[in-house]
Design a protein around this ligand. Structure first.
Ligand SMILES: O=C(O)CCC(=O)C(=O)O
Ligand SMILES: [Fe+2]
Length: 316
Protein backbone atom coordinates (compact mmCIF):
# COMPACT_ATOMS: atom_id res chain seq x y z
CA UNK A 1 0.00 0.00 0.00
CA UNK A 2 1.26 3.42 -0.86
CA UNK A 3 4.48 2.14 -2.41
CA UNK A 4 6.73 4.77 -3.95
CA UNK A 5 7.62 4.05 -7.54
CA UNK A 6 10.60 5.56 -9.27
CA UNK A 7 8.08 8.10 -10.48
CA UNK A 8 7.60 9.48 -6.97
CA UNK A 9 3.84 9.29 -7.18
CA UNK A 10 2.23 6.89 -4.72
CA UNK A 11 0.30 3.91 -6.02
CA UNK A 12 -2.75 2.94 -4.01
CA UNK A 13 -3.96 -0.57 -4.72
CA UNK A 14 -7.75 -0.40 -4.73
CA UNK A 15 -7.89 -4.10 -5.61
CA UNK A 16 -6.26 -5.06 -2.32
CA UNK A 17 -8.71 -7.33 -0.49
CA UNK A 18 -7.65 -5.92 2.88
CA UNK A 19 -8.75 -2.45 1.85
CA UNK A 20 -12.07 -2.39 3.71
CA UNK A 21 -13.27 0.84 5.31
CA UNK A 22 -12.08 0.93 8.91
CA UNK A 23 -9.27 -1.60 8.44
CA UNK A 24 -5.63 -0.77 9.14
CA UNK A 25 -4.85 -0.94 5.40
CA UNK A 26 -7.70 1.51 4.74
CA UNK A 27 -6.55 4.01 7.34
CA UNK A 28 -3.01 3.97 6.02
CA UNK A 29 -4.22 4.28 2.39
CA UNK A 30 -6.32 7.31 3.41
CA UNK A 31 -3.17 9.01 4.71
CA UNK A 32 -1.25 8.24 1.52
CA UNK A 33 -4.07 9.59 -0.62
CA UNK A 34 -4.47 12.77 1.40
CA UNK A 35 -0.74 13.51 1.39
CA UNK A 36 -0.51 12.90 -2.36
CA UNK A 37 -3.50 15.18 -3.03
CA UNK A 38 -2.01 17.93 -0.87
CA UNK A 39 1.50 17.58 -2.34
CA UNK A 40 0.98 16.77 -6.02
CA UNK A 41 -2.78 16.94 -6.54
CA UNK A 42 -2.80 13.35 -7.80
CA UNK A 43 -1.86 9.73 -7.25
CA UNK A 44 -2.13 6.43 -9.11
CA UNK A 45 -4.95 4.05 -8.27
CA UNK A 46 -4.29 0.46 -9.25
CA UNK A 47 -7.58 -1.19 -10.09
CA UNK A 48 -8.09 -4.59 -11.73
CA UNK A 49 -11.84 -4.68 -12.32
CA UNK A 50 -11.47 -3.15 -15.78
CA UNK A 51 -10.08 -6.22 -17.54
CA UNK A 52 -8.45 -6.66 -20.91
CA UNK A 53 -11.69 -7.63 -22.63
CA UNK A 54 -13.58 -4.55 -21.47
CA UNK A 55 -10.62 -2.31 -22.36
CA UNK A 56 -10.51 -3.77 -25.85
CA UNK A 57 -14.20 -3.27 -26.40
CA UNK A 58 -13.93 0.34 -25.21
CA UNK A 59 -10.95 0.95 -27.53
CA UNK A 60 -12.93 -0.38 -30.47
CA UNK A 61 -15.97 1.67 -29.37
CA UNK A 62 -13.98 4.93 -29.30
CA UNK A 63 -12.27 4.08 -32.59
CA UNK A 64 -15.69 3.82 -34.19
CA UNK A 65 -16.73 7.05 -32.54
CA UNK A 66 -13.80 9.11 -33.78
CA UNK A 67 -14.09 7.56 -37.25
CA UNK A 68 -17.56 9.07 -37.64
CA UNK A 69 -17.79 12.04 -40.04
CA UNK A 70 -16.92 15.39 -38.49
CA UNK A 71 -20.48 16.68 -39.10
CA UNK A 72 -21.83 13.80 -36.98
CA UNK A 73 -19.37 14.39 -34.14
CA UNK A 74 -20.19 18.09 -34.20
CA UNK A 75 -23.85 17.32 -33.58
CA UNK A 76 -22.99 16.84 -29.96
CA UNK A 77 -23.99 20.15 -28.45
CA UNK A 78 -24.69 21.13 -24.90
CA UNK A 79 -25.00 24.36 -22.95
CA UNK A 80 -22.66 22.89 -20.33
CA UNK A 81 -18.96 23.65 -20.78
CA UNK A 82 -16.75 20.68 -21.79
CA UNK A 83 -19.78 18.62 -22.81
CA UNK A 84 -19.34 19.35 -26.54
CA UNK A 85 -17.18 18.05 -29.36
CA UNK A 86 -13.72 19.61 -29.39
CA UNK A 87 -11.31 19.35 -32.28
CA UNK A 88 -9.82 21.19 -35.25
CA UNK A 89 -8.18 23.61 -32.78
CA UNK A 90 -5.36 25.43 -34.64
CA UNK A 91 -2.87 25.39 -31.73
CA UNK A 92 -3.77 21.80 -30.70
CA UNK A 93 -3.97 20.03 -34.07
CA UNK A 94 -3.47 16.53 -32.63
CA UNK A 95 -6.40 16.66 -30.25
CA UNK A 96 -10.06 15.69 -30.56
CA UNK A 97 -12.57 14.83 -27.85
CA UNK A 98 -16.22 14.08 -27.16
CA UNK A 99 -18.04 14.06 -23.84
CA UNK A 100 -20.78 11.76 -22.61
CA UNK A 101 -23.02 13.35 -20.00
CA UNK A 102 -24.17 11.06 -17.18
CA UNK A 103 -22.32 7.97 -18.53
CA UNK A 104 -22.75 5.98 -15.30
CA UNK A 105 -26.44 5.84 -16.13
CA UNK A 106 -27.41 3.70 -19.15
CA UNK A 107 -29.84 6.48 -20.20
CA UNK A 108 -26.94 8.95 -20.51
CA UNK A 109 -25.05 6.52 -22.75
CA UNK A 110 -28.18 5.83 -24.83
CA UNK A 111 -28.82 9.53 -25.38
CA UNK A 112 -25.26 10.07 -26.61
CA UNK A 113 -25.27 6.89 -28.72
CA UNK A 114 -28.52 7.91 -30.42
CA UNK A 115 -27.03 11.26 -31.46
CA UNK A 116 -23.95 9.58 -32.95
CA UNK A 117 -25.75 6.52 -34.41
CA UNK A 118 -29.45 7.26 -34.96
CA UNK A 119 -29.80 3.62 -36.11
CA UNK A 120 -28.38 2.51 -32.72
CA UNK A 121 -25.10 0.99 -31.53
CA UNK A 122 -25.72 -1.25 -28.52
CA UNK A 123 -22.13 -2.56 -28.21
CA UNK A 124 -20.87 1.03 -27.92
CA UNK A 125 -23.53 1.99 -25.41
CA UNK A 126 -23.10 -1.07 -23.21
CA UNK A 127 -19.32 -1.22 -23.06
CA UNK A 128 -18.96 2.50 -22.39
CA UNK A 129 -21.60 2.35 -19.65
CA UNK A 130 -19.94 -0.62 -17.95
CA UNK A 131 -16.55 1.09 -18.16
CA UNK A 132 -17.90 4.41 -16.82
CA UNK A 133 -19.57 2.70 -13.85
CA UNK A 134 -16.23 1.18 -12.85
CA UNK A 135 -14.45 4.52 -13.23
CA UNK A 136 -17.24 5.90 -11.03
CA UNK A 137 -16.33 3.36 -8.37
CA UNK A 138 -12.70 4.55 -8.42
CA UNK A 139 -13.95 8.12 -8.06
CA UNK A 140 -16.20 7.30 -5.11
CA UNK A 141 -13.76 5.13 -3.17
CA UNK A 142 -10.95 7.63 -3.48
CA UNK A 143 -13.19 10.55 -2.52
CA UNK A 144 -14.38 8.55 0.49
CA UNK A 145 -10.76 8.18 1.53
CA UNK A 146 -10.15 11.89 1.17
CA UNK A 147 -13.30 12.87 3.08
CA UNK A 148 -12.49 10.41 5.87
CA UNK A 149 -8.90 11.54 6.15
CA UNK A 150 -10.21 15.03 6.96
CA UNK A 151 -12.80 13.69 9.40
CA UNK A 152 -15.81 14.67 7.27
CA UNK A 153 -18.69 12.41 8.29
CA UNK A 154 -20.29 9.68 6.14
CA UNK A 155 -23.61 11.45 5.86
CA UNK A 156 -22.03 14.51 4.30
CA UNK A 157 -19.97 12.26 2.04
CA UNK A 158 -23.10 10.41 0.89
CA UNK A 159 -25.04 13.55 0.12
CA UNK A 160 -22.02 14.95 -1.70
CA UNK A 161 -21.80 11.84 -3.90
CA UNK A 162 -25.54 11.90 -4.57
CA UNK A 163 -25.26 15.36 -6.06
CA UNK A 164 -22.24 14.55 -8.22
CA UNK A 165 -22.53 15.01 -11.99
CA UNK A 166 -20.38 12.75 -14.14
CA UNK A 167 -18.96 13.44 -17.57
CA UNK A 168 -16.94 10.89 -19.52
CA UNK A 169 -14.58 12.50 -22.01
CA UNK A 170 -13.20 10.31 -24.78
CA UNK A 171 -9.94 11.75 -26.07
CA UNK A 172 -7.97 11.04 -29.22
CA UNK A 173 -4.52 12.36 -30.18
CA UNK A 174 -3.06 11.63 -33.59
CA UNK A 175 0.68 11.52 -34.16
CA UNK A 176 2.36 14.80 -35.12
CA UNK A 177 3.61 15.38 -38.66
CA UNK A 178 7.28 16.36 -38.99
CA UNK A 179 6.80 20.08 -38.70
CA UNK A 180 4.01 19.97 -36.14
CA UNK A 181 3.93 20.59 -32.40
CA UNK A 182 4.15 17.51 -30.19
CA UNK A 183 1.85 19.15 -27.67
CA UNK A 184 -1.33 17.08 -27.33
CA UNK A 185 -2.84 19.25 -24.65
CA UNK A 186 -1.42 22.37 -23.07
CA UNK A 187 -0.60 22.49 -19.32
CA UNK A 188 -3.75 23.06 -17.27
CA UNK A 189 -5.65 22.07 -14.18
CA UNK A 190 -9.12 20.59 -14.57
CA UNK A 191 -12.12 22.64 -13.47
CA UNK A 192 -13.59 19.51 -11.93
CA UNK A 193 -13.82 18.35 -8.35
CA UNK A 194 -11.85 15.26 -9.28
CA UNK A 195 -10.88 13.60 -12.57
CA UNK A 196 -10.01 9.93 -13.10
CA UNK A 197 -7.83 9.47 -16.18
CA UNK A 198 -6.99 6.27 -18.02
CA UNK A 199 -4.48 5.94 -20.87
CA UNK A 200 -6.79 3.55 -22.66
CA UNK A 201 -4.64 2.02 -25.42
CA UNK A 202 -1.40 2.00 -23.37
CA UNK A 203 0.13 4.95 -25.18
CA UNK A 204 2.00 7.25 -22.84
CA UNK A 205 1.74 11.00 -23.15
CA UNK A 206 0.13 12.20 -19.94
CA UNK A 207 2.52 14.19 -17.73
CA UNK A 208 1.87 15.72 -14.32
CA UNK A 209 3.77 18.48 -12.58
CA UNK A 210 5.02 17.33 -9.21
CA UNK A 211 5.36 19.48 -6.13
CA UNK A 212 9.06 20.05 -6.92
CA UNK A 213 8.11 21.48 -10.33
CA UNK A 214 9.34 18.49 -12.36
CA UNK A 215 7.16 17.04 -15.12
CA UNK A 216 6.60 13.34 -14.67
CA UNK A 217 5.62 11.02 -17.54
CA UNK A 218 2.96 8.61 -16.30
CA UNK A 219 3.11 4.87 -16.86
CA UNK A 220 0.28 3.85 -19.22
CA UNK A 221 -0.20 0.43 -17.64
CA UNK A 222 -3.84 -0.66 -18.22
CA UNK A 223 -4.51 -1.18 -14.50
CA UNK A 224 -3.26 2.35 -13.60
CA UNK A 225 -5.79 5.14 -13.19
CA UNK A 226 -4.65 8.66 -12.42
CA UNK A 227 -6.81 10.28 -9.76
CA UNK A 228 -6.48 14.03 -9.98
CA UNK A 229 -7.79 16.94 -7.97
CA UNK A 230 -9.47 19.72 -9.92
CA UNK A 231 -10.04 23.34 -8.91
CA UNK A 232 -13.19 22.59 -6.89
CA UNK A 233 -11.31 20.29 -4.52
CA UNK A 234 -9.04 23.20 -3.66
CA UNK A 235 -12.03 25.36 -2.74
CA UNK A 236 -13.74 22.54 -0.83
CA UNK A 237 -10.60 21.93 1.25
CA UNK A 238 -9.96 25.63 1.96
CA UNK A 239 -6.80 25.46 -0.15
CA UNK A 240 -5.27 22.29 1.31
CA UNK A 241 -5.68 20.13 -1.79
CA UNK A 242 -3.62 21.27 -4.74
CA UNK A 243 -5.21 20.98 -8.20
CA UNK A 244 -2.92 18.92 -10.42
CA UNK A 245 -1.24 20.64 -13.35
CA UNK A 246 -0.93 18.26 -16.29
CA UNK A 247 -0.34 18.15 -20.06
CA UNK A 248 -0.11 15.69 -22.93
CA UNK A 249 3.04 15.35 -25.05
CA UNK A 250 2.98 13.07 -28.09
CA UNK A 251 6.68 13.06 -28.96
CA UNK A 252 7.35 9.35 -28.64
CA UNK A 253 4.05 8.30 -30.07
CA UNK A 254 3.98 6.25 -33.22
CA UNK A 255 0.33 5.42 -32.91
CA UNK A 256 -2.93 7.16 -32.17
CA UNK A 257 -3.39 7.68 -28.46
CA UNK A 258 -6.79 7.19 -26.83
CA UNK A 259 -7.45 8.25 -23.27
CA UNK A 260 -10.56 8.51 -21.16
CA UNK A 261 -11.41 10.87 -18.34
CA UNK A 262 -14.25 10.64 -15.86
CA UNK A 263 -14.83 14.24 -14.74
CA UNK A 264 -16.93 15.09 -11.72
CA UNK A 265 -18.81 18.29 -10.95
CA UNK A 266 -20.98 19.17 -7.99
CA UNK A 267 -24.62 19.54 -8.93
CA UNK A 268 -25.58 21.25 -5.66
CA UNK A 269 -24.06 24.33 -4.15
CA UNK A 270 -21.09 22.97 -2.23
CA UNK A 271 -20.60 24.01 1.35
CA UNK A 272 -17.06 23.90 2.66
CA UNK A 273 -16.79 21.62 5.71
CA UNK A 274 -16.11 23.67 8.86
CA UNK A 275 -13.28 21.23 9.77
CA UNK A 276 -11.05 23.15 7.39
CA UNK A 277 -11.28 26.49 9.13
CA UNK A 278 -9.56 27.35 12.42
CA UNK A 279 -7.26 30.02 13.87
CA UNK A 280 -4.31 28.82 11.84
CA UNK A 281 -6.36 28.31 8.67
CA UNK A 282 -8.65 31.28 8.10
CA UNK A 283 -11.38 31.03 5.50
CA UNK A 284 -9.80 31.53 2.06
CA UNK A 285 -12.88 31.06 -0.08
CA UNK A 286 -16.52 32.00 0.04
CA UNK A 287 -18.17 29.13 1.93
CA UNK A 288 -20.71 28.38 -0.82
CA UNK A 289 -19.41 27.27 -4.20
CA UNK A 290 -21.59 26.89 -7.29
CA UNK A 291 -19.63 24.56 -9.58
CA UNK A 292 -21.60 25.02 -12.80
CA UNK A 293 -21.54 28.78 -12.26
CA UNK A 294 -17.74 28.45 -11.96
CA UNK A 295 -17.64 26.74 -15.37
CA UNK A 296 -19.70 29.57 -16.88
CA UNK A 297 -17.38 32.09 -15.24
CA UNK A 298 -14.38 30.37 -16.84
CA UNK A 299 -16.08 30.26 -20.22
CA UNK A 300 -16.64 34.01 -20.02
CA UNK A 301 -13.40 35.20 -18.41
CA UNK A 302 -11.01 32.55 -19.83
CA UNK A 303 -8.57 32.95 -16.94
CA UNK A 304 -5.95 30.28 -17.66
CA UNK A 305 -3.88 30.64 -14.49
CA UNK A 306 -5.54 28.17 -12.07
CA UNK A 307 -4.64 30.03 -8.86
CA UNK A 308 -5.89 33.33 -10.20
CA UNK A 309 -9.01 31.71 -11.64
CA UNK A 310 -10.04 30.12 -8.36
CA UNK A 311 -9.18 33.22 -6.36
CA UNK A 312 -11.06 35.56 -8.68
CA UNK A 313 -14.20 33.43 -8.65
CA UNK A 314 -14.28 32.10 -5.10
CA UNK A 315 -11.80 34.15 -3.03
CA UNK A 316 -13.06 35.91 0.10
O1 LIG B 1 -5.43 12.69 -22.45
C1 LIG B 1 -5.10 12.74 -21.29
O2 LIG B 1 -4.46 11.83 -20.75
C2 LIG B 1 -5.44 13.96 -20.46
C3 LIG B 1 -6.69 14.67 -20.83
C4 LIG B 1 -6.95 15.89 -20.01
O3 LIG B 1 -6.12 16.37 -19.30
C5 LIG B 1 -8.27 16.57 -20.05
O4 LIG B 1 -9.13 16.19 -20.86
O5 LIG B 1 -8.49 17.52 -19.27
FE1 LIG C 1 -7.06 17.72 -17.86
Amino acid sequence: MGSQTETHLPIVDLSDENLKPGSEAWVSACKVVRTAMEDHGCFIARYNKIGEELCESVVSAVEQLFNLPLETKMQETSDKLFHNYYGQIPFLPLYESLGIDDPVNIKGCQKFTNIMWPQGNDPFCESVNEYAKLLGEIDRVTKKMIFESYGVDTQRFNSFIESTNYLLRCLKYRTPHNDETDLGMQPHTDLTMQSVLHQLNRMEGLEVKLKNGEWLVLDPSPSFFVVMAGDAFKVWSNGRIRPCEHRVIMNKAKEIRYSMGLFTFNGDITQMPEEFVDDKNPLRYKPLFDHFEYLRFYDKEKIRDPDLRVKTYAGT
